[in-house]
Design a protein around this ligand. Structure first.
Ligand SMILES: [Zn+2]
Length: 392
């Protein structure tokens, strides 16, 4: 397949795809960066990863009140504080704020800014959501500071160096990562290994004993690999069993880790749980990324992947499938876990409203299609006029 060998650069950034700017090129000077406004618990949050992490850190400290033990110096970093507390390491090498900011900056830079969806804004969005979920009463009091660090770090880095195409595309274009990771969780393993590389380069964990930093790396891997959508059922079944049996014990590190995996999975797919206007933009962006892959596949005479054909896969249809089969089942269980917290109720409210909006839009879309292709038919959506009024 010689033509495809020219597609990939030495890393996960594509060479000129022939489809113009925007498939996966590097920075384009003067391009506009999309910056949706996000707020959490009255906190207006930046969607720039280092700033976001600093804000979440400050909010977490405020929420928890005065830190345990003696006053800490202004200059000590959050990660240092938290690890010092959890691990009770006697002689901790000073970790500077520079080191902390350095790794967050590296994470941000390794996202591809011209991916319509899998870019640093998505990472910041997921980190913000993760922060809100670990603040849930059911969870917050049980988590150790190390758990919080792992959760936020995994959220920030979970899609790092994402190429804007999916695993089947890497396999069919014979990217070396596909064979390296034996066609299994290829992207997620790459995100994890990239994160480990950045952590080691930054020296952020270099003050810890080797076995401890190794354990942190492994836990980050387990969290990031949980975001592989192909493993959805595995996690959902286990979560349901725990909830049915009421045997979740958050005193156990293994159970806390499992719930962090679930929280990260929720954060990764929470777009339909946000307000319509924001949710709609994320939906359009992820579909734009799918369609770009489909255009590439068409150009290189490859089979077009599911959901990637702009001519047959409409945004409303993709979103209804995504909500029905992925997001809704997951958040129904999350709501059970949180014992129907206020946040869960609000998210489920948005989810149902957004689903009704997409149903209405799919109906409108199909009506338009029917005029062109008279045999296409679509039943009028349930939910009625009430929900449809929210469609701009
Ligand atoms: Zn993601």
């Amino acid at each position: 397949m010689p033509v495809l060998e020219r597609l990939w650069g030495p890393d996960l950034r594509m060479q000129d795809s022939g489809l113009g700017v925007g498939v996966c090129p590097d920075e384009v000077p003067g391009s506009r960066v999309w910056t949706p406004s996000v707020a959490c618990a009255g906190l207006s949050l930046a969607l720039e990863i280092p700033t976001l992490i600093r804000q979440l850190r400050a909010a977490w400290r405020t929420r928890r009140g005065d830190p345990r033990g003696p006053e800490r110096s202004e200059g000590s970093s959050w990660v240092e504080e938290e690890q010092e507390e959890v691990e009770k390491v006697k002689e901790i090498k000073q970790v500077t704020d520079d080191s902390n900011t350095h790794v967050e900056g590296m994470v941000q830079e390794d996202y591809h800014s011209h991916n319509p969806y899998h870019n640093a804004v998505h990472a910041a969005d997921v980190t913000q959501a993760m922060y809100c979920y670990i603040k849930e009463t059911k969870l917050a009091e049980q988590l150790t500071p190390l758990d919080v660090f792992l959760g936020l770090m995994a959220a920030a880095a979970h899609d790092v160096d994402h190429p804007g195409v999916n695993q089947p595309f890497l396999i069919k274009t014979r990217h070396h990562l596909a064979s390296l990771y034996q066609n299994t969780s290829v992207l997620e393993r790459h995100h994890w290994r990239s994160t480990v590389g950045m952590l080691r380069e930054s020296g952020l964990l270099s003050h810890l004993p080797a076995d401890m930093s190794q354990d942190i790396e492994q836990q980050l891997g387990s969290l990031i690999l949980a975001t592989d959508i192909n493993r959805q059922n595995e996690f959902l079944i286990t979560l349901r069993e725990h909830l049915d049996n009421q045997d979740m014990d958050l005193q156990l590190a293994t159970h806390r880790h499992f719930i962090l995996q679930i929280a990260l999975k929720c954060a990764d797919v929470c777009n339909p749980c946000r307000e319509w206007e924001l949710s709609r933009q994320w939906s359009e962006r992820v579909c734009e990324e799918f369609y770009r892959q489909g255009d590439l596949e068409r150009k290189f005479d490859l089979e077009i992947s599911p959901l990637c054909d702009q001519q047959t896969d409409s945004v409303p249809a993709i979103q209804i499938g995504f909500i029905s089969y992925i997001v809704e089942p997951l958040f129904e269980e999350w709501q059970r876990f949180t014992e129907s917290s206020m946040l869960s109720q609000i998210m489920m409210g948005h989810l149902h409203k957004n689903k009704a909006c997409w149903s209405r839009l799919r109906y409108v879309h199909t009506l338009a299609e029917t005029k062109t292709h008279p045999h296409a038919e679509e039943p009028e959506p349930q939910g009625g006029q009430e929900e449809a009024e929210d469609i701009p």
